[in-house]
Design a protein around this ligand. Sequence first.
Ligand SMILES: C[S@@+](CC[C@H](N)C(=O)[O-])C[C@H]1O[C@@H](n2cnc3c(N)ncnc32)[C@H](O)[C@@H]1O
Length: 243
Amino acid sequence: MYQPVQYIEGKAEFRGLELVVNKDVLIPRPETEELVEEVIHYTLHITHYTKQCVRILDLCTGSGNIAVSLARELPGAEIVATDISEPALKVAQENAARHGVSENIKFYRGDLFKALPRSKHHGFRAEEKSLEWGLPIEKNLKFDIMVCNPPYVKKGDFDFLQKEVREEPYIALYGGNDGLDFYRRIAGEAKDHLETGGTLFLEIGFGQAKRIIDIFSIGKIYRVERMVRDFAGIDRILWISLL
Ligand SMILES: C[S@@+](CC[C@H](N)C(=O)[O-])C[C@H]1O[C@@H](n2cnc3c(N)ncnc32)[C@H](O)[C@@H]1O
């Protein structure tokens, strides 16, 4: 057995927070701390000018590391966090409670965007009413900012993963034959859940940058704004906005 020490101890540190982790969730990585840093800088920048509250979606939340640290560091933000794994969501909810931000984050289970409720159920901003009928209009829940660290390991790379990494949930790692399945799906669906001009922050794997940029360049729906390298000099975070 090559149990990662974080699973044995049941905890991991992320942006100075002690988070509960178990074998149902990916152990948060330092690269993802940088992803959160980018989201925070960007959010503080836009809210400085607009003074508006932002709505942020953390897709594939896992332990809730991204959502919980954003809620702690951006107390005015409305945050929605989703994952397909029920046990992972339990861990994320526990982490939100431990760090006093349960009220700031709504958690939903489901396959990517299918997890999201229609607007009349989400309970954040005032419900919109149809003028004609006085009935609630069902609309997609939309976000100013989306952040996602999806599974991105390709099939052929599993044999080369460190033994500790193989102890982490397969569902948190496997990104399809070429590792890009989630990016293709997100490119196809994010536009329906982002406000115009909204921004998507994606963590990406080693050597995937060009192909992911190509995916988001199809159809002039998005603009790739920036690629950020991690502390090891590897292209790691992609900023994309909806045109
Ligand atoms: C790479 S982990 C990221 C976890 C966490 N956000 C982080 O940064 O450490 C990917 C997460 O995606 C979830 N996931 C896998 N397939 C999914 C799907 N189809 N829809 C939503 N979440 C999914 C997994 O359960 C896992 O928690």
